[in-house]
Write a protein that binds this ligand. Structure first.
Ligand code: FES
Ligand code: MG
Length: 570
């Protein structure tokens, strides 16, 4: 036990003295006798409101670690508040992952408990843990409980989009809109819709890195603290058993996560996050795996934004395990969890308590729920769409492009009464990929023109090289790759071109003779819209970020460096 931390603490030489002496502020001598030192990589931050309660969760983890004979050590790591950080939290996901990776490697620890919640935090922590490959287990911070406004449940994020569109449509007053603000966020925890935070917590459980049954426990629920305590105990056991991320995160566990993603109707952002985590382990996983493995999985969970209910309903109805039990035959039976037992072992005891929230396999909400990957002359390396969140009638569509060069261009013109646009138009927004923005923001669900909203239009086909909030909905083609800023054909589309979307055929094309298409070059104003940061992280990021279809990680962060550090500090 504790072999790695003993490299710092054992012995009688000057360096071991230094490592021990500075830690002896309450830690007794026997803390350095070889027992496991467990870091608690903690994304608690007042500026990440969804994770602000994680210090309390960390206290329960600590008690569990002590109880099992380990030494818990709180390690605050870079935190990302989805709603606060500009220009987009996604710009900093890789930085949070890199900083966490380096601090896990640099410090005298034997294992780690990862505390995350808000969208980017669990992905960043898992990318880091995968590259260091010390025993690691996640405690997800959990969703908030549901607030109501005028007697109706509010879905975080989703209803912000809905209510703000109602204001622009003229069917809700600004005063009522503002009154809803204090009802939106009713407790600690992350968004209660099936947005990215909920999705990634559930997928982490499907991957095997959370104690089965824990993901989805609401943040204020006392059982979350009980689970945190259990997880602290488990982390100590995982060190003894040398149970590492590379033992749990296999191609089979990623395919299990893809099945889960479809069955829960999860966020499209899971595609870039799972690809990025897999990239840290050298696992062969491609965007096409999401279509191949997920496309025929039924949608079983009726949660906003695509459906009706919210995360506390899902937990009450039986949680992820009850969902996975319905699709057990699609899961890899060998994929292990942090407990050392296969995920499928935990499905026997699972039960659906509310068949409205979790459907049985025979009565799905949709027979085919997965994410569709589209190809065509507009997306040679792929684009994705979530059919479950789209309008069925728009999944096959021809329409005239209305092109916006940037998010600023969009905001300046979208509500212009003279904008030449109708309900059949295809709204195109470019310059929003990882390289172009930079950071690949959640802007793909572009707002509809106010004049069309007032005419009753509630969905249109939209095409973008950016991402979409997991809490959003609509017929939105996103992650168009290669992005416009690296020379993708999206840069060549002009207002007036006819765009053809055919989701059943998995096609996204501009209806233009190949000869004419080949002659086009991007307009100067298109190129001018791309970011050219001069220094700092943004500079490093635009120089090294990969495209969305492989996870948008930095090229030099692929793979693992392990946890050995040969050199001493003195
Ligand atoms: Fe943090 Fe939605 S803003 S999870
Ligand atoms: Mg988000």
């Amino acid at each position: 036990m504790g072999q790695r931390s003993a490299q710092w603490y054992s012995g009688t030489d000057r360096n071991a003295y230094i490592h021990r002496a500075w830690m002896r502020r309450g830690l007794p001598t026997h803390a350095f006798d070889g027992r496991p030192h467990i870091a608690i990589a903690n994304t608690a931050s007042d500026l990440t409101p969804c994770n602000a309660h994680l210090n309390e969760v960390a206290e329960s983890v600590k008690q569990g670690v002590y109880e099992a004979g380990g030494i818990p050590l709180n390690l605050p790591v870079v935190s990302l508040g989805e709603t606060q950080v500009r220009p987009t939290a996604m710009l900093w996901r890789n930085m949070a992952a890199m900083a966490t990776e380096e601090m896990l490697r640099a410090n005298p620890i034997d294992g780690v408990v990862l505390l995350g919640g808000c969208d980017k935090t669990i992905p960043a922590l898992l990318m880091a843990a995968a590259s260091v490959d010390l025993p690691a287990v996640v405690v997800p911070g959990g969703p908030m409980i549901t607030g109501t406004f005028r007697g109706v449940a509010l879905g975080c994020g989703t209803d912000v989009w809905k209510l703000s569109e109602e204001v622009r449509a003229g069917t809700l007053s600004e005063q009522q809109f503002l009154r809803s603000e204090s009802s939106m966020i009713r407790s600690r925890g992350h968004c209660n819709t099936m947005g990215t935070a909920s999705t990634m917590a559930l997928l982490a459980e499907a991957l095997g890195v959370i104690i089965p049954g824990v993901a989805g426990t609401p943040a204020p629920d006392s059982r979350l603290l009980e689970s945190a305590h259990d997880t602290g105990r488990l982390a100590v056991e995982m060190v003894s058993a040398e149970r590492r991320p590379s033992d749990l995160l296999t191609r089979g566990s990623f395919l299990n996560a893809i099945v889960a993603l479809a069955a829960i109707g999860g966020s499209t952002n899971a595609v870039v996050h799972l690809l990025a985590i897999a990239g840290r382990l050298g696992i062969e996983l491609t965007q096409d795996d999401f279509d191949r493995t997920g496309a025929n999985v039924p949608l079983l969970v009726d949660l906003q934004p695509a459906g009706r209910f919210l995360m506390d309903d899902l937990h009450r109805a039986g949680g992820l395990l009850a969902v996975l039990r319905e699709v057990r035959d699609l899961l890899d039976p060998d994929a292990l969890t942090v407990t050392g037992r296969p995920l499928v072992d935990y499905l026997d005891g699972a039960q659906i308590w509310d068949p409205e929230v979790i459907r049985v396999r025979e009565e799905p909400l949709l027979p085919q729920a997965g994410i569709a990957v589209l190809y065509g002359n507009l997306a040679p390396s792929g684009a994705i769409i979530k059919p479950a969140a789209a309008s069925p009638r728009l999944l096959t569509h021809r329409g005239r492009a209305v092109v916006f060069e940037s998010i600023e261009d969009l905001h300046a013109r979208i509500d212009d009464p003279d904008l030449d646009v109708d309900a059949d138009s295809v709204l195109v927004l470019r310059g929003c990929g990882p390289r172009g923005y930079p950071g690949m923001p959640e802007v793909a669900n572009l707002p509809l023109p106010a004049k069309l909203l007032r005419a009753g239009v509630r969905d249109m086909v939209r095409v973008c090289d950016g991402r979409m909030s997991g809490t959003a909905y609509g017929t939105v083609v996103l992650h168009v790759t290669p992005e416009a800023a690296v020379g993708g054909p999206l840069a060549l589309v002009r207002t007036g071109d006819v765009i053809v979307l055919d989701v059943a055929a998995r096609r996204l094309d501009v209806d233009l003779p190949a000869e004419e298409w080949a002659l086009r070059t991007p307009a100067p104003e298109t190129v001018r819209a791309y970011a050219e940061p001069a220094r700092g992280w943004e500079r490093l990021y635009v120089n090294t970020v990969q495209q969305a279809n492989t996870g948008a990680d930095l090229d030099f962060l692929l793979g693992s460096s392990g946890h050995q550090v040969a050199r001493e500090s003195h």
